[in-house]
Design a protein around this ligand. Structure first.
Ligand SMILES: Nc1nc2c(ncn2[C@@H]2O[C@H](COP(=O)(O)OP(=O)(O)OP(=O)(O)O)[C@@H](O)[C@H]2O)c(=O)[nH]1
Ligand SMILES: [Mg+2]
Length: 451
């Protein structure tokens, strides 16, 4: 952390402006060596200066330089940002000069890592910055910014402070049993406190489902026999002719994907190969991919043909999808009805005709109501969604289970205190109160360079 790092913070390509960011104790002196205009060592903090980047007497670019002195900066270190003309050659040249003058190339996420290590943000907020950058929808952005503002961190800190209260009460009881005027923690007290902490953790997990929906979207798989119109449905939903449609059964052999938004939630739709017994090697692989996609799906659109009787293959698919959220989509409504719908127990049935797009809107409405997507529109976007964080919360819930068993079996409070401390520490790893280098490296390596 003693060295000074530099990196291009904007996307490298043709653009109006590129920003090169330098952070570390020598950042001002390094930029000063290649800047002509003012002595940057003497300027006030948080000021912008016009001038040129010069190398061996040659003018490289006309720039604006922002000088921000420690500690009120992104990394809490001295930071200089050079706004140069966009474009690959100029931007790279300025970076190259910084490296020649003593800076080192920043690793992905290294600026944010420094912000964390220097105590400006906690680990949850650092992860929120990455989520914010990667946000594709407005809702994702809202969840990430709330997390960056400290929603999740405060929740975890509150829980930790409740725990530390319980732990210290138990410790006082253990260390000073002779003091009668000290309140003695009873098993009942502990039961109550544990129940309340458990409730909070369960609520986080439950709500994270909404957050996950916002972040990852719904994995939607269109499945059905060959020729029922799966690819036609995909194309209607995407409003583009993405998948090949023909009247030859077995047209789709590989997975075709696309994304649409319903109520601001991403629907990641997968069109699959029609499921049937086949000896064709390529089609066989396609069918097995279809069956795998089915296993991972959040939502299945099971397509049937209005113009045909239900076959054994249809029934098999109905059986395979019975434990999943499934909508039965009866296609080819324009043709005469031959399907015996009474054979189907699932009540979520929508009739469509992909030739005229009839039924597509009602299908979207059905998806909306099945996943309460309109309700998500009205939420406060306060969710913990990060997989690492959620897995830590689940770890805590497992330990709580042990404590509950312990309490039932009247195990001494001193023994239970060890478990309480483990929960306290596990919650601490969520916000980065304790961490190991490997975790940090892994976490920040997923960031963009320059962030
Ligand atoms: N009449 C009618 N024909 C349709 C409808 N939807 C699709 N088709 C026709 O049905 C045939 C098969 O459509 P696809 O979308 O390729 O069917 P698929 O389920 O993807 O077929 P595979 O990829 O072979 O599994 C094509 O000739 C389509 O034009 C519909 O609503 N009405
Ligand atoms: Mg197809």
């Amino acid at each position: 952390m003693n060295d000074t790092i530099a990196s291009i913070a904007t996307t490298l390509g043709v653009g109006a402006i590129s920003i090169i960011r330098v952070s570390g104790k020598d950042s001002i002196s390094i930029v000063n060596k290649i800047f002509e205009g003012k002595d940057l060592e003497k300027v006030k903090s948080h000021t912008i200066h016009y001038g040129y980047i010069i190398a061996n007497g040659e003018t490289i670019d006309e720039v604006l330089v922002t000088v921000m002195r420690s500690p009120k900066t992104y990394t809490k270190e001295d930071i200089v940002e050079i706004n140069c003309h966009g474009g690959i050659a100029t931007t790279n040249k300025v970076l190259e000069l910084l490296l020649l003058n003593g800076a080192r190339t920043a690793l992905p996420g290294e600026f944010t890592k420094r912000a964390f290590l220097n105590g400006r943000i906690d680990l949850m907020q650092a992860e929120a910055i990455s989520d914010l950058i990667k946000s594709e929808t407005d809702k994702e952005r809202k969840v990430a910014i709330n997390s960056l503002k400290g929603y999740g961190s405060n929740l975890i800190k509150e829980l930790r402070s409740k725990l530390i209260n319980i732990i210290s009460n138990i410790e006082v009881n253990i260390d000073y049993p002779e003091y009668l005027d000290i309140y003695e923690v009873t098993t009942n007290d502990l039961k109550k406190s544990i129940a309340s902490i458990k409730l909070s953790l369960l609520k986080i997990i439950e709500e994270s489902e909404n957050g996950r929906l916002i972040q990852d979207g719904l994995k939607t798989v269109i499945i059905g026999r060959p020729n029922v119109g799966k690819s036609s449905l995909l194309n209607r939903l995407l409003e583009e002719e993405k998948a090949i449609v023909t009247d030859i059964p077995g047209t789709t052999r590989d997975i075709v994907e696309g994304t649409i938004l319903i109520s601001g939630i991403k629907l990641n739709i997968i069109d699959t190969a029609g499921i049937r017994e086949t000896n064709d090697t390529v089609e066989k692989i396609g069918v097995s991919k279809s069956l795998n996609a089915l296993l991972e799906a959040d939502l299945i659109l099971l397509l049937l043909n209005n113009n045909e009787k239900i076959t054994d293959e249809d029934l098999e698919l109905l059986e395979k999808t019975k434990d999943k959220k499934t909508i039965i989509v009866v296609n080819k409504k324009d043709l005469s009805k031959k399907i015996d719908i009474s054979k189907i127990k699932n009540q979520n049935i929508v009739y469509i005709d992909t030739l005229s797009s009839l039924g597509i809107e009602p299908l979207k409405e059905k998806i909306k109501s099945m996943f309460n997507l309109s309700l998500l529109d009205k939420t406060n976007y306060n969710y913990i969604t990060n997989v690492r964080q959620i897995s830590k919360i689940k770890e805590c819930l497992d330990i709580i289970k042990d404590i509950e068993v312990g309490l039932e079996n009247e195990i001494g409070l001193d023994m239970l205190e060890i478990d309480l401390k483990t929960i306290w520490e596990t919650l601490g790893t969520i916000i980065g109160e304790s961490y190991d280098e490997e975790l940090l490296d892994q976490l920040f390596s997923k960031f963009c360079v320059g962030k």
